[in-house]
Ligand binder design. Sequence first.
Ligand code: HEC
Length: 275
Amino acid sequence: MMHHRNIFQNILKVSLFLLFIVTSHEIVSAEGGPCKDYGDCDEFKYSLNDIDSLQRGASTYINYCYGCHSLQYSRWGRVAQDLEIPEDIFFENLVFDKSIKSGDLMTGAMPEESATWFGVEPPDLTLVSRYKGDDWIYSYLRAYYEDSSKQYGVNNLVYPGTAMPNVLLSLQGNQRLVCKDIPKIAKNGGEKRDNDGNPIMIEKCGFLEVQEGTGSLSKEEFDKLIYDLTNFLVYVGEPIKATRERIGWYVVFYFLIFTALSSLLYREFKKDYKK
Ligand code: HEC
């Protein structure tokens, strides 16, 4: 008798513990979510069959990021092949060190002693889309703003105090935190109005805004550049992903047909039993 009660109590404890894990995760993500001062991360939908996007992303990566961040689990030749870039064109345009061979790992272009330059060693980014998430990367790279109190004159809403300088500043332009007058929202969700029917405005701060004429790309062009770059990092994090998802669909399709056929067969067999 005692024995059974112990088992029951243990099951109860485990269930409560699991419930705690689930709910405590909810609480953590509600306050100070993964994108910190930015609020919710912007949603990112990868498109790994868009080879043009991946090619543009690879080119941006090698030109602007590879100098600091290796992709040490990828090989040059594999990337060229997956992105359908003929190897001679790939090597001529994207591989600056002429001693590199197709089978070499992308171990980076940083000299050894550089770890101390930023106080933090720039991490390898092969798997960054897996541990940070693509939403996070997409938001992070667009959330730099001017902050003269920081070492490089910039800070980041998604990663406050980041040791990485804003390497894309000349493309995006100088982004700053600005205040705006926005309509005050009443409890019922509508705009609050004064007696004359005009909306009541309040000042809110913390909006990102690019200083006009300071960047070489428009906002849409810059967002697209970061889209392609993030897309490339998703590909690098799991080069087989596009194939895996395609096979997944075949499998689902196969099961649907198989289920239909076996249910037809079942009906045939059932007829024999009825006789
Ligand atoms: C001048 C060197 C440098 C360049 C160039 C550079 N980064 Fe960084 N990056 C860093 C450093 C240093 C960190 C570590 C920041 C920290 O942890 O405070 C970092 C961190 C990151 C992180 C966060 C990784 C993590 O695990 O937290 C991402 C993502 C990232 N960089 C992406 C990029 C991309 C994409 C580019 C190209 C557009 C780029 N970086 C160019 C130096 C650089």
